[in-house]
Design a protein around this ligand. Structure first.
Ligand code: G3I
Length: 337
């Protein structure tokens, strides 16, 4: 049924979002976006290095145009992201002599940043990924090492939520991370969230990025993660969904950039099954899940074409390179599964 988009099929469940960049706001891509989605997340435009490249320089152009597009078309906006170890310019950490700043100075700079950015979009960005990927990849470590933690300590994470809440008390504030349904990492994320919740910090939800593949997550891992996070009284957003047709681990060793350049029938069928299974779990847990956002619009462009193997085509989304619905799309909107 071409009159219905994903957002219409899912209107009784949750908004359906998509990550956007400058190319997504025009022409056929914008047309597809508006037909299928009712929430957007700027893929890069609100990250520190883009929006605040120098101490007294803010770069509002792209972020403003994304928010204006959303306002005009009545889309929700998820803001992404206020505190992250990547895509952050060095000036945050250095004084005029090029020496490391003190913790107090760093907190003040972060506060200025968050107050300015969240304040500018007050009432227009309904949810913020306040803190992104703070948990380490290794089970041996709790928090990821970063320049933020070199200078400050864990308190800076709690402060980020407090500053954001002061700037827009109505915005929903999220912690966002990947591999967040893998049991071991899930427990470390849970530990961080519980500390924040117990300390009365204004945090409203957890973002599970959902950079998955045809091999994961398992039903058990996904369901247990949803239940575990929900037990904290937090709402869940799936913030960066895509399903790679390559395995995530080991693939640096096993795949060359030219190894697969078409979506084979076998891989496509696995992806269809995976999308179907995951969305039936999302529907089952609708009481906790309040947004599901895809990370990019169609297989014409995905960040996975450059990562982890540069130049190897991936096919992770529901629309193909011609912007047509893939078979996986029909599986996702078929609630009989
Ligand atoms: O801005 C430069 C541009 O001037 C230059 O011409 C171009 C050449 O490649 O690079 C541009 O910067 C790139 C930027 O995307 C904008 O396209 C960076 O090199 C590139 O590293 C950056 O990648 C982004 C990545 O985050 C950064 O780590 C991806 O687009 C974006 O999809 C990705 O998104 C992250 C989420 O924010 C957090 N979760 C994981 C997710 C995937 O990595």
């Amino acid at each position: 049924d071409k009159t219905q988009g994903l957002k219409d099929y899912y209107k009784d469940f949750f908004p359906i979002g998509v990550a956007v960049n400058a190319r997504t706001l025009n022409g056929k891509e914008a047309h597809l976006l508006l037909h299928e989605f009712n929430s957007i997340t700027p893929e890069n435009a609100m990250k520190m290095e883009v929006i605040h490249p120098q101490r007294n320089v803010y770069n509002w152009a792209l972020a403003d145009s994304i928010v204006a597009f959303a306002q005009k078309n009545r889309l929700r906006v998820r803001g992404h992201t206020l505190l992250w170890h990547e895509q952050v310019p060095d000036w945050f950490f250095l004084d005029n002599q090029g020496k490391a700043v003190t913790k107090d100075t760093l907190l003040k700079r972060l506060k200025d940043h968050i107050t300015t950015v969240v304040g500018r979009y007050k009432g227009k960005v309904y949810a913020w990924d306040v803190l992104n990927e703070a948990i380490d990849d290794s089970p041996q470590r709790f928090l990821r090492l970063s320049k933020w933690l070199d200078i400050a300590d864990e308190e800076i994470f709690a402060k980020a939520f407090v500053y954001a809440h002061e700037a827009d008390p109505d915005a929903l504030l999220f912690y966002n991370d990947y591999n967040s349904e893998r049991p071991e990492k899930r427990e470390r994320i849970y530990r961080l969230l519980k500390k924040l919740v117990d300390a009365g910090i204004p945090i409203h939800g957890v973002g599970l990025q959902g950079h998955w593949s045809i091999f994961e997550p398992s039903t058990a891992d996904l369901e247990q993660a949803i239940e575990r996070y929900a037990s904290l009284g937090l709402q869940l957003h799936f913030t960066e969904l895509d399903i790679s047709v390559y395995p995530w681990e080991k693939e640096r060793r096993t795949k060359r950039a030219d190894e697969i350049d078409t979506l084979t029938t076998v891989l496509e069928q696995r992806q269809i099954d995976q999308y179907g299974r995951i969305f039936s779990i999302f529907r089952k847990y609708r009481q906790y899940i309040t947004n599901v956002t895809f990370w990019n619009l169609s297989d014409r462009y995905s960040w996975l074409d450059r990562y982890p193997v540069y130049g190897r085509k991936n096919y992770p989304l529901l629309f193909d390179r011609e912007l047509e619905r893939k078979k996986a799309y029909y599986k996702v909107v078929d609630f009989k599964n």
